[in-house]
Design a binder for this molecule. Structure first.
Ligand code: SF4
Ligand code: SF4
Length: 539
């Protein structure tokens, strides 16, 4: 693929008017920067996926199996019977258009097929043609469309330009959830071996080593020990986190980026500091060293297979309940699917804070509590000594990650914590936060570099809101509670709102936490001098 470089006069001459063309005519241009590479055959083989082969979206021939159409239509038939919601979503859209301008990909790209209503219509048109009487008889007149190779290519392009964020569903008067339609669309594509590598390879790694990054158990243990050493350098306190320890009270599960990525790692230090300070009896698991679940972006079956290890490890280690770290889609799976798919976890107890005695009734069925709920409860019950002024060099805003916000309603706890651990907190405009939050533009397995243009376009509405608080309040730190956000928001900020860094919530908790017996701290968790200590720290 050659990369075309545009001259400034060419850029200013770009027309933003969508080309006039009947939406029913499938047309996709696989332009560099706007699509994802295909799945690596090795990873497909590892996962036992069908029709393993080498192909790329830019090639004319996708080497589909000869009976690809029958496979997909049969797959659609099965799913329409299995998922009542899918059938309803296929039938009840009145095309009112309330969702049309609510998708960040539509706002950022101006492509009409990125309107949620039209994205869903890509699948719905095939459903109409083959599964409704009107469509069978009247075809195009009834909104029906033949399933052809160009239609399939269009599915691939647009179902991988949806981050399954569910913002559109908030505005739909019927509650149609286009994310679920995308999930089914991707499942159908995977039936004929069409998937993307940034989902398939992390999923395969997870099976092989327990986490998406493919870090082996001893590497995981090393990372945890390394973090303990770093924390000692900063605080003077030696913490002693354990891995695979049987009989601990709590299993703590985090997304793997927390112990390997930047800025995730600083939040990981925050967890270690917090748990040490309250004397929590917890362990990590090397086998369940990943809370994230890229199976959600592949198929229901893959999600279930990947999720099973969390309860299995909780049982093997004999813990009482589970705490989960900062992650987005991890929590969607845990909160909405885990109990049904791999529960009931009757061998566990309803989570009860050993420090405050609070029983987390909301976790009665899953037996898994979110770290933000756990920490907010500690603060509310005045169990932590905090020095928010240690975070005074940061002017903070909070990005509600789509899944914790819309899939589990975790809106107040992070804000309550933030207001307790820092002195300068500013909200972005209200139509861009809480349930209406804008996606980072890179979730659901789209956080790769090959589709960076699409990510920057999709992330534009979020970045625009950050820019607003940057210009009006001098905000320089965007806090979130999602591992994908922490990985993908930094380049988004660099492009649209330079000067704004990204951090996890527990990084600021760790900075503010006054630990018993700690040395006089001079730097925060990322090595920047604490306010007033600038001369002592050589960065
Ligand atoms: S808001 Fe709902 S009913 Fe209206 S067009 Fe969108 S999906 Fe259809
Ligand atoms: S789920 Fe999110 S990304 Fe997908 S169509 Fe709706 S708003 Fe767009």
């Amino acid at each position: 693929m050659s990369e075309k470089h545009f001259k400034p006069e060419e850029l200013t001459a770009i027309g933003y008017q969508p080309r006039r063309r009947d939406w029913m005519d499938p047309h996709v241009e696989f332009r560099r920067g706007t699509f994802n590479y295909s799945a690596n055959p090795k990873s497909m083989e590892y996962l036992g996926l069908p029709f393993v082969r080498k192909w790329q979206p830019t090639e004319d021939d996708w080497q589909l199996p000869s009976n690809w159409k029958e496979i997909i239509l049969e797959g659609l038939r099965e799913r329409i019977h299995k998922f009542r919601s899918l059938r309803i979503f296929m039938d009840i859209c009145v095309r009112c258009g309330a969702c049309a301008d609510k998708c960040h990909f539509y706002i950022g790209s101006g492509d009409p097929k990125n309107m949620p209503v039209l994205r869903a219509e890509l699948l719905r048109s095939v459903y109409r043609k083959d599964f409704t009487t009107a469509g069978k008889i009247l075809g195009k007149m009834a909104g029906g469309r033949e399933l052809t190779v160009p239609v399939l290519k269009e599915w691939f392009y647009y179902f991988y330009q949806c981050t399954e964020c569910r913002r559109c569903s908030v505005f739909c008067p019927y509650g149609i959830d286009t994310a679920e339609i995308t999930i089914i669309g991707r499942e159908l594509l995977n039936l004929v071996g069409i998937g993307i590598d940034w989902i398939t390879t992390p999923a395969a790694n997870c099976f092989r080593t327990g986490n998406h990054l493919g870090i082996q158990p001893h590497g995981f243990k090393d990372s945890v020990d390394f973090a303990a050493d770093d924390l000692e350098d900063i605080t003077g306190i030696k913490v002693n986190p354990s891995v695979n320890r049987k009989g601990a009270e709590v299993l703590f599960v985090v997304p793997s980026a927390d112990y390997f990525g930047d800025p995730h790692y600083f939040g990981f230090l925050g967890y270690l500091a917090l748990f040490h300070e309250i004397g929590l009896d917890y362990t990590f698991s090397a086998f369940a060293s990943e809370g994230g679940n890229f199976g959600l972006f592949h198929s229901h079956e893959m999600m279930k297979r990947l999720n099973a290890k969390i309860y299995a490890e909780a049982k093997r280690l004999g813990v009482k309940y589970i705490i989960g770290g900062e992650c987005g889609h991890m929590w969607r799976v845990l909160h909405q699917y885990m109990d049904t798919m791999n529960g009931p976890a009757d061998f566990l107890e309803v989570p009860k804070s050993p420090v405050t005695g609070t029983v987390f009734e909301n976790a009665r069925s899953t037996k898994m509590v979110h770290i933000a709920e756990f920490t907010a409860d500690l603060i509310k019950n005045r169990k932590l000594k905090l020095a928010p002024e240690r975070n005074d060099s940061y002017k903070v805003t909070f990005h509600d990650s789509c899944n914790p916000a819309r899939a589990m309603g975790l809106l107040e706890e992070p804000r309550y914590i933030l207001k307790s651990v820092c002195n300068h907190f500013y909200e972005m405009p209200e139509n861009t936060i809480r349930e209406q939050t804008f996606c980072c533009g890179s979730g659901s397995g789209l956080g790769t570099d090959e589709n960076l243009e699409m990510r920057l376009r999709g992330g534009f509405p979020r970045a625009n809101a950050v820019k607003y608080v940057q210009q009006n309040h001098g905000v320089n730190l965007l806090v979130c509670i999602c591992a994908i956000d922490k990985a993908t928001l930094p380049p988004l900020m660099d492009f649209w709102a330079p000067g704004v860094a990204v951090a996890g919530l527990h990084e600021l908790v760790g900075n503010a936490l006054m630990m018993k017996g700690e040395k006089e701290r001079e730097a925060d968790f990322r090595g920047a001098p604490l306010p007033g200590k600038e001369e002592k720290v050589h960065v």
